[in-house]
Design a protein around this ligand. Structure first.
Ligand SMILES: [Zn+2]
Ligand SMILES: [Zn+2]
Length: 266
């Protein structure tokens, strides 16, 4: 499903997987793909950076062969950033898939690396946060960096500021604001405050109602989404990883900032 969301930095085009069994979101303007679920073929040329949340197969398996085949054919390498643990395990999986396909170098096009900070653009940096899920999992937030004049220099002329900067004085301070967050799979307790301050929040709703299974499997339910919306200060919340049952429950929530993504069973 393709969505257009307005942000303070202009419109973003999101390509979001609409299957309960395959998860990913692609931010076209940044060439950023989070998780390797299935995604639309025409957009593959624009994939510059891949971030992974965790190694459940619905988040790594569907898109990896497609992206590897594409990148190999065009002699490209696509960096795939993940946790240190998964950076060790994934090449093993990719190696076996390549051997199965009898093209040894196939998945070499996906360059899996561990990282806690990924530059998405010169003014955008992605950092992971730990979520609560059945296995170790990380959400990712893209922060926008801005610089501003330090208060002690306000009121001075441009020439004087430039002169003092040349003399080695620090005249500017930096600040960061959360622009985009993809939580991946998590319970409510795994969602940090800064995710709720993101202009765009992409989250999940895989389970139909509260109960012990919810904690065990580590997912959100519609009651959680309702609670998140009361604390969410951003512009758009996109709810993915939905089933027919969760979508039915979510229709009872009236909030124009929320878009529920999910396809009907054929
Ligand atoms: Zn999962
Ligand atoms: Zn999942």
């Amino acid at each position: 499903m393709k969505l257009h969301v307005a942000t303070s930095q202009g419109e973003l085009t999101l390509v979001v997987s609409d299957s309960l069994y395959s998860q990913c979101v692609f931010v076209r303007q940044w060439g950023l793909l989070v998780d390797l679920g299935d995604f639309m073929l025409p957009d593959m040329a624009g994939v510059r950076t891949v971030l992974l949340t965790h190694s459940h197969l619905d988040h790594v398996l569907h898109g990896c062969a497609k992206l590897a085949l594409y990148a190999k054919k065009r002699d490209r390498t696509v960096p795939v950033w993940t946790s240190p643990e998964d950076a060790e395990r994934l090449p093993e999986l990719f190696g076996q898939l390549a051997a199965f396909d009898r093209i040894p170098a196939l998945f070499a096009a996906l360059d899996v690396r561990p990282s806690d900070e990924v530059e998405v653009r010169s003014d955008l940096v992605a950092r992971p946060f730990t979520t609560r899920h059945a296995i170790p999992s990380r959400g990712w937030t893209v922060w926008r960096r801005t610089s501003h004049l330090l208060p002690s220099f306000e009121g001075l002329s441009q020439d004087e500021i430039a002169e003092r900067a040349r003399a080695g004085e620090q005249v500017e301070g930096a600040s960061e604001k959360p622009l985009f967050t993809f939580t991946g799979d998590t319970t409510l307790a795994g969602i940090p405050e800064h995710a709720l301050e993101s202009e765009v929040l992409v989250t999940e709703c895989a389970m139909p109602s509260r109960g012990p299974a919810l904690e065990r499997f580590g997912h959100l339910c519609p009651v959680d989404i309702e609670e998140l919306l009361t604390r969410f200060t951003g512009r758009a919340m996109v709810v993915t990883h939905t089933s027919h049952r969760t979508r039915e429950e979510l229709t009872g929530i009236d909030d124009s900032r929320m878009t529920v993504v999910g396809a009907e069973a054929p």
